[in-house]
Write a protein that binds this ligand. Structure first.
Ligand code: DSN
Length: 429
């Protein structure tokens, strides 16, 4: 078995070294198709594992509650500066530990408890923090949900796109204080201009949750919402290919409130080692090669959607404009649930996640859909041809799901494919 480069630094803990080695092997010998994952650069990983993990730095650059932060201040300022430059924003907060923290901080900064927020339905692509009954957000703020249009049989107009008539009608009826654009499971380009127009019609603030598409925006493969939204939130670890974490961009007029809501409103000490890694990722995303990468992510996703469709899967919304494809499994096999598909594909070495589809008759735990993404394997160097092969392997595994030999055969083919596309090849011992 190959081992991860970090093993050399861990002393006296064979259990963790063993587990890290196994995870290293899993990530590199199976296909990573979870749309919210990626392979970060070794530089991002090194910064995440750096000496900065030792430092307490509550506060912000120049206004800390602990001593010894001169260098940390420079690091956090560099991260904020790089991020503002990357997206053309007035102000950046790089401290949120996650996208969920970032979203809740925005609500806390700009709203009062009980205020109304208009956001995408969770079962049609919205995020837990967009008002799921299971999230504390729905207990503090009053969420109203818009949806997507109904599915049609017309390939030229397949439906399952954001229903802007519905957004506008609900905005006029409920007069939300905040409208959220952005999604966690939605395959189409989200037009910030239409959202801005609707927000202006009703005097609402506009937040764009660009968690999934932040990297595509940075690379120029998705419209930049920063000129249109009051606030833009995102995670740094998906298409943006940074460390796990969140960030907020906002107009100058909201900066003070946003910063206060992140610290001390939501969090204590910031993770400065992660902030250094975010700075590294922002620099990487500013390189011309990053745009080449994000264009390839989208090209791969389109090819993947077409190939999956050729294998008999129905793609929600009729295809994709971004890095993800959502499959309605019922056309492929009426008995196949998202849960079973995810489990079978795991055995076959293909890592995915089950996902509800619009108007899904099955529960969020079972689902009729599967979400796949191309960001990670595009980092590993795969292009359209490999994604056509992956579509075929997925169909073979799911059709032969009760046959162990079929699944073992797919797993071997997957391992052979991955061996040629190792994102960390130079570290493999
Ligand atoms: N819901 C997660 C995802 O998209 O995988 C992000 O929070």
């Amino acid at each position: 078995m190959t081992s991860s480069p970090i093993d050399a630094f861990i002393e006296n803990d064979d259990e963790i070294v063993g587990l890290l080695g196994r995870e290293w092997h899993r990530q590199l010998s199976t296909l990573q198709l979870i749309a919210s994952e990626n392979f970060t650069s070794p530089s991002v990983m090194a910064a995440t594992g750096s000496i900065l993990t030792n430092k307490y730095a509550e506060g912000y650059p120049g206004r800390r509650y602990y001593g010894g932060n001169l260098i940390v201040d420079e690091i956090e300022d560099l991260a904020r500066h790089r991020l503002c430059h990357l997206f053309g924003a007035d102000h950046a907060n790089v401290q949120p530990h996650s996208g969920a923290n970032a979203n809740v901080a925005v609500y806390q900064a700009l709203l009062e408890p009980g205020d109304t927020i208009l956001a995408l339905r969770l079962d049609q692509g919205g995020h837990l923090t967009h008002g799921s009954p299971a999230s504390m957000t729905s207990k503090i703020w009053n969420f109203v949900s818009y949806g997507v249009t109904e599915r049609t049989d017309d390939p030229a107009n397949p439906g399952e796109h954001i229903d802007f008539d519905n957004v506008r009608a609900l905005a006029l009826e409920h007069r939300p204080k905040l409208i959220i654009a952005g999604a966690t499971a939605y395959t189409r380009r989200i037009d910030p201009v239409i959202f801005r127009e609707i927000a202006d019609e009703v005097g609402a603030l506009l937040m764009f949750d660009s968690a999934h598409v932040a990297g595509l925006i940075a690379g120029g493969s998705h419209p930049n919402p920063v000129p249109y939204a009051d606030v833009v939130t995102f995670t740094t670890h998906k298409t943006l290919r940074g460390p796990r974490g969140g960030a907020i961009l906002c107009r100058e007029e909201h900066a003070k409130k946003i910063d206060m809501a992140v610290f001390p409103g939501q969090q204590g000490g910031p993770l400065e080692h992660v902030i250094a890694a975010k700075a590294v990722a922002f620099k990487e995303a500013a390189q011309p090669s990053f745009g080449v990468y994000t264009n390839q992510i989208v090209a791969n996703a389109r090819a993947f959607a077409a190939a999956l469709s050729d294998q008999g899967f129905r793609t929600v919304s009729g295809g994709t404009d971004n890095h993800m494809v959502i499959l309605d499994l019922r056309d492929f096999d009426a008995e196949l649930t998202g849960k079973v598909a995810q489990e079978v594909l795991d055995i076959a070495g293909i890592t995915t996640n089950r996902n509800q589809i619009p108007y899904d008759p099955r529960s969020p735990f079972i689902t009729s859909g599967l979400r796949v993404g191309t960001a990670a394997q595009t980092t590993a160097g795969m292009t359209e041809g490999e994604f056509a092969t992956i579509a075929s392997l997925m169909a073979t595994a799911l059709r032969g799901r009760v046959d162990e030999a079929v699944l073992a055969g797919v797993r071997e083919d997957v391992a052979a494919l991955c061996a040629n596309f190792n994102p960390y090849a130079r570290f493999v011992k």
